[in-house]
Design a protein around this ligand. Structure first.
Ligand code: PSV
Ligand code: MN
Length: 399
């Protein structure tokens, strides 16, 4: 860590000035496990309520100017919804962020989207992807973020190589539709909902497919989409070195894709990811073009509080990572001074950056403690009353 307090203070401030993180519309709605949902009276029941909640998070933290949108979940009428979404963006002070096509929910995707052996399934996926690109253009969203549930559940039931080729072909066809300033993000996930093979199961597959799609395709790393002991920061370092890291879906996990709030299980993991990015930027003298996004969904914590919690934890971990002293680190690495090198990371991680973050927030006219400010605001009480009956009527009964 830099030993000069004024220098540390300056580094924290400049890291906070630049750090922005996108919040997901679906993080404000009721979600559950495959065993059912526990309904929250305050959960958002419409796209307007999602924008309103996102506006609260932005107003209190100042670092979440955009909201990721999920086609179908947010745009039942696709293109026709665009004017309304633009109106909501204006009204609530958050812009549309990444557009997430939904290629997994409709019955036609039972055996896959781009990997479907039936051409009708593939065509439906292509049409929906093209529509999502159009929506993104009209909303002036740069990123279209693709996650595919495609895969198979039993050995021998799918031709893995044929499906790979289909993905190459169809991703390229979608890529051809992008404007010059748009990007395609390709997300990977090892399993679930497919339990034997997943077509895009890891970063290597996502990387090859993104390369095959075209120059504006990059890989998206969802931190929950890895096996337990996987070294995610090494994947990040490799993708940076290949100029193929497009963005993140941040969340935490203990067992699988748990979608828990960030840093709740392993904050050092997130710190190490940020360290690899900032170290890369320091070495290259350039800013990496990465979309930092949250993808969390938990059915018991209050939605807005959980979002604020994740945002502030991300902010803390990012500014801790900015404290690593790269001169000391590189000297220690070059001379194989292992303890000193490791200590650079440990010292930065152990630093309590919260007092400086509070100071930064005050200097920007933001509440020093966004979570407390939210609790004092009365917003939650108000929406709990307004939305309670709509949420209650969505409870399903198995009796
Ligand atoms: C899949 O688990 C995923 O991470 C994808 O990003 C989806 O779009 C998102 O979750 C939906 O919750
Ligand atoms: Mn994700």
């Amino acid at each position: 860590m830099t030993s000069n307090p004024a220098r540390s203070h300056g580094r924290i401030f400049s890291s906070l000035d630049r750090f922005r993180i996108e919040i997901p519309s679906w993080g404000f709605a009721n979600t559950g496990t495959r065993f059912g949902k526990f309904i929250q009276p305050a959960a958002a029941t419409s796209i307007e309520e999602k924008f309103s909640d996102a506006g609260q998070v932005q107003a209190l933290t100042g670092i979440c100017p955009t909201i990721a949108l999920h086609a179908l979940w947010d745009f039942p009428n696709a293109i026709e919804s665009v004017p309304e979404v633009l109106r909501l963006a204006d009204r609530y002070g958050v812009r549309p962020g990444a557009i997430n096509p939904n290629l997994f929910q409709d019955q036609i995707y039972k055996y896959g989207s781009f990997g479907n052996p039936d051409e009708h399934g593939r065509d439906a996926a292509l049409q929906h992807s093209r529509l999502s690109v159009q929506v993104a253009k009209q909303l002036r969203s740069r990123d279209i973020s693709f996650w595919f549930a495609d895969g198979s559940n039993y050995p021998g039931t799918a031709n893995i190589r044929t499906r790979k080729h289909l993905f190459e072909e169809y991703l390229k066809r979608v890529h051809d539709e992008l404007d010059a300033d748009q990007r395609m993000l390709v997300e990977y996930k090892p399993f679930e909902p497919a339990f034997y093979h997943t077509d895009i199961a890891d970063w290597g597959m996502a990387l090859l497919l993104a390369r095959a799609a075209g120059s504006r395709a990059k890989v998206l790393v969802d931190t929950g989409h890895h096996y337990s002991c996987q070294n995610i920061e090494q994947i990040v370092a490799w993708l940076l070195s290949e100029d193929m890291l497009g963005g993140f879906h941040f969340n935490d996990r203990r067992y699988a894709d748990d979608d828990l709030t960030l840093g709740s299980i392993d904050p050092y993991q997130v710190f190490r990811i940020f360290h690899e990015i900032l170290f890369f930027e320091w070495e290259k003298g350039t800013r990496a073009d990465i979309a930092y996004m949250i993808d969390q969904s938990h059915n018991l914590k209050g939605k807005i509080e959980a979002m604020i919690q994740t945002v502030t934890v991300a902010q803390e971990l990012f500014s801790k990572a900015a404290l690593v002293d790269y001169d000391v680190l590189t000297t220690a690495q070059d001379s194989c001074d292992l303890v000193r090198a490791e200590g650079c990371l440990q010292d930065a991680f152990a630093t309590d950056v919260r007092p400086v973050i509070r100071e930064w927030r005050t200097s920007k006219g933001l509440p020093a403690d966004p979570l407390q400010a939210f609790r004092n605001s009365g917003y939650l009480e108000r929406i709990s009353v307004e939305r309670a009956s709509r949420n209650a009527s969505s409870v399903s009964s198995y009796a």
